[in-house]
Design a protein around this ligand. Structure first.
Ligand SMILES: Nc1ncnc2c1ncn2[C@@H]1O[C@H](COP(=O)(O)OP(=O)(O)OP(=O)(O)O)[C@@H](O)[C@H]1O
Ligand SMILES: [Mg+2]
Length: 222
């Protein structure tokens, strides 16, 4: 018996955490049992290398750390969580909802490679996390597709609201632009369920996007 793993993915500021919260609330209100997973686990020891990387200790530009090295930082954080937090629950048939997963490496780190090298990187990533580390493959990855201008303005708005410091990914618009391309490639390669969150140049309403996500999820929970 194995569990079910559903992932929300998208570039920075695409609305993952907003949609994640709504989805969790709705499933909880329906009385469904599930466990929440939010990556990276910034408050955990296993994210030390991620914090060093995003804080610029290895270089202030994302490209200062190559795709494979940076991917490994995020992969081991997932591995630690799997071993200490949710492996048993998943093996017993539990439902897990994740805000980001392996797919974030595909989007972010894949962006550091020229398009013709992405397929080989995606193969490597899939083999590394699912075969070598033994993490479970998601049953569904929902990809929130936004353009880079939407992402930047959402993040700007958020940091004005919360005063949160932006990391080295969030301050590099060129990097984000490449993430949208890598994300599109990955969505095709891995068969992600893509949700177009921008319509006629404007972001769709939060509830409208939620409705589409909920239908996709309900479809595989039946
Ligand atoms: N559909 C929407 N319309 C307008 N604003 C939105 C929408 N969805 C999210 N936002 C706002 O955009 C900002 C970014 O959203 P959120 O934090 O959910 O994105 P995220 O994908 O989780 O970002 P990160 O990758 O940085 O974790 C927040 O201020 C949020 O309130
Ligand atoms: Mg988020």
């Amino acid at each position: 018996m194995s569990g079910k793993l559903i992932v929300l993915e998208g570039i920075d500021g695409s609305g993952k955490s907003t949609q994640y919260k709504l989805l969790c609330e709705r499933l909880a209100a329906e009385g469904r049992e599930f466990k929440k997973l939010v990556f990276p686990r910034y408050d955990n020891e296993s994210s030390a290398l991620i914090r060093m990387y995003l804080g610029g200790e290895f270089g202030s530009d994302p490209s200062d750390v190559n795709a494979f090295a940076a991917s490994s930082f995020y992969s081991v954080d997932r591995y630690a969580s799997w071993k200490t937090d949710w492996g048993d629950y998943y093996r017993a048939g539990g439902l897990l909802l994740a805000d980001r997963y392996t797919s974030s490496n595909a989007v972010h780190q894949g962006s550091k490679l020229p398009p013709e090298q992405r397929a080989a990187y995606f193969d490597w990533l899939e083999d590394f996390e699912y075969n070598k580390l033994g993490l479970p493959k998601p049953d569904m990855v929902i990809y929130l597709n936004v353009d880079v201008e939407t992402s930047l303005s959402r993040m700007r708005e958020r940091s004005e609201k919360t005063g949160a410091q932006r990391d080295i990914h969030e301050t590099h618009a060129d990097y984000l632009r490449l993430c949208t391309q890598s994300g599109a490639d990955a969505a095709k390669r891995f068969g992600w369920r893509r949700i177009d969150c921008v319509k006629n140049g404007a972001m769709r309403g939060i509830d409208d996007i939620h409705g589409e996500i909920y239908s996709a999820v309900a479809g595989i929970l039946r």
